[in-house]
Design a protein around this ligand. Structure first.
Ligand code: PGA
Length: 233
């Protein structure tokens, strides 16, 4: 059986390296021994090199960026490239999160460029979508073989950070539609107000292949609870 993927999106948190290290250490300790899950931590860029190092021997945890630029290097002030993330040891990169679309004006064209660049650099993109038609636009010009390397995250905007979630049945229908569109082996995650109580249902009842966790990934006990409930399946 394929491992469930649990992705922690720390967003713009926490506010100091000390707090980031403490959060990471609590998570790492808490999930020790759980099987059947791959945990991906996506901290702010500047904490990545510090957290990545001591954990390299800890196969349970891998790392991802929360976004990336589409060029590998050059005169692009303020940007972080997929080449840099790859060279640092990241395995994944989140692309097209609704907050990137809303606050940083990322369009489908931008998301498409970022996807292509992440794939070229052998990073596994986690493409976030709120509605199925976004998929087609984001995948323009990407080959079927490359599409298989992409993880999709269904994140209804109204569920992000609100405590509201779709029913397992509603979410499961979207999961099925994505799999119908791209193939039944497509890896699809659910994201939006995931907590230790509802996590299991999105996997066992809705049939998702994993979860994208925001707020709850900043609370070690809650996040460990999520991983535990999925690992027990
Ligand atoms: P949330 O965020 O778990 O806080 O709702 C999910 C996300 O934005 O990926």
């Amino acid at each position: 059986m394929r491992k469930s993927l649990i992705v922690a999106n720390w967003k713009c948190n926490p506010t100091s390296l000390k707090k980031a290290e403490s959060l990471f250490n609590s998570i790492k300790k808490g999930i020790k021994g759980f099987r059947g899950v791959e945990v991906v931590i996506c901290p702010p860029f500047l904490y990545l090199p510090i957290l990545i190092k001591p954990s390299s021997a800890h196969q349970k945890v891998v790392f991802g960026g929360q976004s990336c630029f589409w060029e590998g290097k050059g005169a692009f002030t303020g940007e972080v490239s997929p080449t840099m993330l790859k060279n640092l040891g990241c395995k994944y990169v989140i692309i097209g999160h609704s907050e990137r679309r809303k606050y940083f004006y990322e369009t489908e064209t931008v998301i498409n460029k970022k996807l292509k660049s992440a794939l070229k650099n052998n990073l596994k993109p986690i493409l976030c979508i709120d509605k199925i038609p976004q998929i087609k636009k984001a995948l323009k010009g990407i080959t079927k073989k490359e599409v298989r390397k992409i993880t999709f995250a269904y994140e209804p905007i109204w569920a992000i950070g609100t405590g509201k979630t779709p029913t397992f049945d509603q979410a499961g229908k979207v999961n099925l539609s994505i799999k119908k569109l791209l193939g039944r082996k497509t890896v699809v995650l659910y994201g939006g107000s995931v907590n230790s109580k509802n996590a299991k249902g999105f996997i066992s009842k809705s049939g998702f292949d994993g979860l994208l966790v925001g707020g709850a990934s900043l609370k070690p006990r809650e996040f460990v609870g999520i991983v535990k409930s999925v690992a027990e399946l």
